[in-house]
Design a protein around this ligand. Sequence first.
Ligand SMILES: C[S@@+](CC[C@H](N)C(=O)[O-])C[C@H]1O[C@@H](n2cnc3c(N)ncnc32)[C@H](O)[C@@H]1O
Length: 245
Amino acid sequence: MDIAATNTGWWFLGKIKRFAQDPKGVLVRKLHPEVREQYRLSEYTGPSGYWGELREYQLSFLKSMGMRSNDRLIDIGCGPLQGGIAFISYLEPDRYVGVDICVPALAEGYKQIVKHELVAKNPRLLCSRSFGRDVLQCGAFDYAWSSQMLYHLDPDLIPDYFRSVSGHLKPEGTLYADILGSEAHIPEDKLWRGLRHYFHTKKFLEVEAGRYDLSMENVGRIHEYGYPVPCQLRHNHMLRFRKHA
Ligand SMILES: C[S@@+](CC[C@H](N)C(=O)[O-])C[C@H]1O[C@@H](n2cnc3c(N)ncnc32)[C@H](O)[C@@H]1O
């Protein structure tokens, strides 16, 4: 087959899919079931139109930071498993736990597990208001991950979050979580599914994490790791929190 023609075909399909995620693309969404599903699921995660890219970014980030297939991962604020499906596919069975407060998002996540034939990987999805602390045994995870979630937490919840993460991680385990960059230009009181956008400072997070034996480093902007450049939150800072041995 002519490679140039194939590439043009993929480019065109990508354009249609992207257009379908646009509010004006209602007709394409009605006609294309896969696009329709991604659009619906993106309402639980945002931003629309980058479902595949955001999935790929999440897995490739953690792999680039050393996550191996036999590591254990807790995905806090997992939503409908945009990253989760890629993590579950990559990890060995019984290695993935997703936690969220949003029951409909978790229900969508379960459907995705079935659709992608990943039931045999035994992923666990938990609905928890304590970031999983009320349900899980301590010290079980090599990695914790919170993508596009930390900035939705009220400052009063941050100590509880670090307490839970510190309890979940093995000695020398690591959390990665992104926070808003100042370029985001989002009013704090702008709501996303009832949640505000908080501009937590690195100093505040460093101090709060330190109380639970976690030391913080800034590892760069998320667009440096494959987060889609057209998206507004590309300047988010990715933070690493290592548990002290
Ligand atoms: C923007 S979505 C990101 C979803 C997913 N991490 C991703 O990147 O595709 C934020 C998620 O955090 C969840 N969330 C917000 N506050 C939470 C809390 N206190 N505990 C657990 N999950 C929370 C929301 O329900 C939502 O699913």
